[in-house]
Design a binder for this molecule. Structure first.
Ligand SMILES: NC(=O)c1ccc[n+]([C@@H]2O[C@H](COP(=O)([O-])OP(=O)(O)OC[C@H]3O[C@@H](n4cnc5c(N)ncnc54)[C@H](O)[C@@H]3O)[C@@H](O)[C@H]2O)c1
Length: 352
């Protein structure tokens, strides 16, 4: 995107959306419209550093409300939309799937429907340069063989590519998979200029404490049990949120319309190993007055139903075609994240 564009970010008060909004305001001259419903998952504190910028505008709105979406699109006339608004927590999707169907599927459909009318009425460069980047997850591909269950240790384990078949396991991933299909269909059928990105697990500052890494950091600091699902051997590929944000900007600027890009950190780890590392960082750098090793807080609990065994991303396409690669190593990013939570957790939580 050339300079001085208007970018509408849906879900800009969430974990990844707020990191994207901060990046766009601090490092570009674009105007940013943040459209967010402000669910429990949002955190306006994450936008404090940019909220006074004259290039930042906040619109509290639900992506399921087509009338509001049309008004916001026609008022601000964005050159691009980056769509992150979603219900995002797998455990919540198992307990209460309805909200995931509503926001992730109906909301994405409503957004596309209103963008179709908005884009059709645009003329000239504004019409021909418009893009919608739909932000999705690697969880749409289901799971991959786990090293513990593979007999032939010599052959490399498979990775998700952009051509992997969709096989979602949870209500969350099924709702994201549906949204991806809807976006692709609106590109093929109505010619809407869309791009899809599928990213691995993110971590970093401001992530909601219900997700694995912040939950373990916060519980370790509060000296609470660290609940590990099943054996803890499930494997995830981890990417720092700032690397994801850079990847999204790269895809928006250089990605080809109608294409999908997988984004990964090349950092596959077992959940138990991630938690052990967090414990060691907390013990070494935060320092707990009781001197009890944080690893002793680890508690194994019943596994999540339908729990995927392994996710791992082949991100050759975005690396070779668009020139993106992650910059933040997991060791460095995890230590920074632990220290961030230690310094930014509300005091009432630290002492509870
Ligand atoms: N967190 C990850 O590891 C990860 C990895 C890959 C892809 N993704 C995708 O990236 C996107 C953002 O993830 P996140 O972790 O920042 O999520 P998040 O839960 O932290 O934030 C979601 C944001 O969307 C907003 N929102 C929810 N429903 C809405 C609605 N109906 N209308 C308007 N706004 C609404 C919430 O208020 C919140 O601010 C999601 O689409 C998610 O599927 C996340």
């Amino acid at each position: 995107m050339s300079t001085n564009k208007t970018i509408l970010v849906t879900g800009g008060a969430g974990f990844i959306g707020s990191a994207l909004v901060r990046h766009l305001i601090k490092n570009t001259s674009h105007k940013v419209i943040n459209l967010d419903k402000l669910t429990y998952a949002s955190n306006l504190q994450a936008l404090k550093s940019v909220s006074n910028s004259p290039r930042y505008i906040f619109e509290r709105a639900d992506i399921c409300n087509g009338t509001r979406l049309s008004r916001i699109l026609n008022e601000h006339k964005p050159d691009a939309v980056i769509h992150l608004a979603a219900e995002s927590h797998v455990d919540r999707s198992i307990d209460k799937p309805a909200e995931f169907i509503q926001t992730n599927i109906i909301g994405t459909y409503t957004l596309l429907d209103r963008i179709t009318s908005y884009w059709s009425a645009l003329t000239g460069n504004k019409h021909s340069n418009f893009k919608l980047l739909h932000v999705s997850t690697d969880e749409v591909y289901g799971d991959l063989p786990h090293p513990d269950s593979v007999k032939d240790e010599a052959s490399p384990l498979p990775l998700f590519t952009e051509k992997s078949p969709y096989a979602p396991s949870s209500p969350y991933s099924a709702s994201k998979a549906s949204a991806d299909h809807i976006v692709r269909a609106w590109n093929r059928t109505y010619g809407i200029p869309t791009i899809i990105s599928n990213c691995s697990n993110n971590y970093g500052p401001y992530q909601n404490c219900e997700k694995l890494i912040p939950l373990m950091i916060c519980n370790a600091i509060m000296r609470k049990p660290l609940p590990i699902y099943g054996s803890g051997n499930q494997i995830r590929d981890w990417l720092h949120v700032d690397d994801h944000v850079e990847a999204l900007c790269t895809v928006l600027n250089k990605g080809k319309i109608g294409q999908t890009y997988n984004i990964g950190g090349n950092s596959e780890l077992r959940n138990i190993d991630v938690v052990n590392r967090i414990c060691d960082i907390v013990d070494q750098y935060v320092g707990m007055p009781d001197n009890v090793p944080s690893r002793s807080l680890i508690t194994y609990v019943a596994d999540r139903p339908g729990h995927d065994l392994r996710y791992a991303i082949n991100s050759n396409k975005i690396r070779t075609e668009l020139g993106w690669q992650p910059k933040i190593s997991f060791d460095y990013g995890l230590k920074e994240t632990v220290l961030w939570f230690a310094n930014n957790m509300p005091n009432h939580l630290k002492s509870s």
